[in-house]
Design a protein around this ligand. Sequence first.
Ligand code: Q46
Ligand code: ZN
Ligand code: ZN
Length: 308
Amino acid sequence: MKCNTCNEKAVIQMRQHKLALCSEHFLEWLPAQTQRFIEKYKMFGPGDRILVAVSGGKDSLSLWDILCRLGYQADGLYICLGIDEEIAYSAESQRLTEQFASERGLQLKIVDVREEYGETIPGMASRTERGKHKPCAVCGLTKRHIMNRVAREEGYDVLVTGHNLDDEAAVLLGNTLNWIPGYLARQWPVLEANRPGLVRKAKPLCRIYEREMAAYALLRGIEYIYEECPFSKGSKSIYYKEMLNKLEHDRPGAKLSFYLGFLQAKEKGIFTPQADPDIEFLHACPICGQPTSSPGECAFCKMISKFN
Ligand code: Q46
Ligand code: ZN
Ligand code: ZN
């Protein structure tokens, strides 16, 4: 297998793009693709201050690396969830994130959930009805709240996350199988800050396959946490990813065309924001100021108030 650019030995074949590349050209191609999507979906511009949500995994650390290589001004935000029961998942991912930032002289902000709110994520979850069996709902709610809060308080123009194509296609599959119109209306590479208290969010890797991100991290020598969060076992999103991988195996490019077809259909006007049933109920939470559709305080502030 030869590189399509220079004819040297290729390190990766991307059947969906009918493209094989050597290490050098792959490491140029991936940031160029990312830049193309940043521009296409108008995610942010060269002068914007960017906050990258980093988990210590390959996608978010590679995204941070790519944005720096593209010349953007990007700081990191790591949220310590306190998930250290079965394995030292949070401790190890924090260590790797700190190492990544200090080796490159990058600014990293750390928010420790227990220090700020008195409980780790498993601790919070055990005290709520919705998290008794699995802390993911509590975790997701808390992470979204903190990411938005820090980006707002510190005046960032945009918050970016490392969601890749596999993540987005799995979310789309779930939303489609269950026909959730509000989620379908909102799913897009960039979410505008169109409500008071909301910060703009973007997913620059949304059209890049997970295996391409793994190859990028490996070839760039980025040390990241290999283990998944222990609570992700048996999750629906992993199940959807497995299904999509089976499809991709038989029909290379299936994942990309599934997601891309959705984006193109949205560009033509299906699933418009009017399809979002929550939109008319959105108001600012009287405690934290973030938008919420639940009556009174937002779900996060309601949950936290029970701990005090
Ligand atoms: S939600 Fe659930 Fe993840 Fe939080 S508890 Fe772990 S698996 S980290 S993306
Ligand atoms: Zn080459
Ligand atoms: Zn609130």
